[in-house]
Design a protein around this ligand. Structure first.
Ligand code: NI
Length: 137
């Protein structure tokens, strides 16, 4: 892998803000922070262009609602080809968290997340948009 150096012209105030930001995020230097910003944009582009992606859907719900549990199970079975694994965590007497590892086209991943999120009784749902790593260095 060849390393290329290039100069960046930046407003002084903007650079100061950037430096404060990367210090808070524990970057050791500007280059690594800059590389991460580029990677973040490349992953965002993968999702926007419906590339093959991986990610996680995290949902929190009350397992005492049996109908809700069955519904979530049905949805996951219907999307079996997009689901790599599901981890179930019993948070307390009522609440469960499920972390669902997914893969497929960005559109399929988004649709599955939206479908789970929309089930009545799901308290919280997030979609972690990640990358297969093939499009980023
Ligand atoms: Ni549970």
């Amino acid at each position: 892998m060849g390393l290329v150096r290039f100069g960046v012209s930046l407003d002084k105030e903007l650079l100061e803000k950037f430096d404060r930001l990367i210090e808070r995020k524990n970057y050791t230097n500007r280059s690594e922070a800059f590389r991460d910003l580029i990677r973040k944009e490349l992953v965002k582009k993968e999702w926007e262009e419906d590339a093959d992606v991986v990610g996680t859907i995290t949902i929190v719900y009350d397992h005492h609602q049996r109908e809700l549990v069955n519904k979530l199970m049905d949805i996951q079975h219907d999307h079996g080809k997009n689901i790599i694994s599901t981890q179930h965590i019993h948070i307390d007497h009522h609440n469960c968290m499920e972390i669902i590892a997914i893969r497929g086209s960005a559109r399929e991943a988004q649709r599955l997340a939206d479908t789970l999120k929309a089930v009545r009784g799901v308290k919280h749902a997030t979609l972690g948009m990640s990358s297969t790593g093939r499009c980023i260095v």
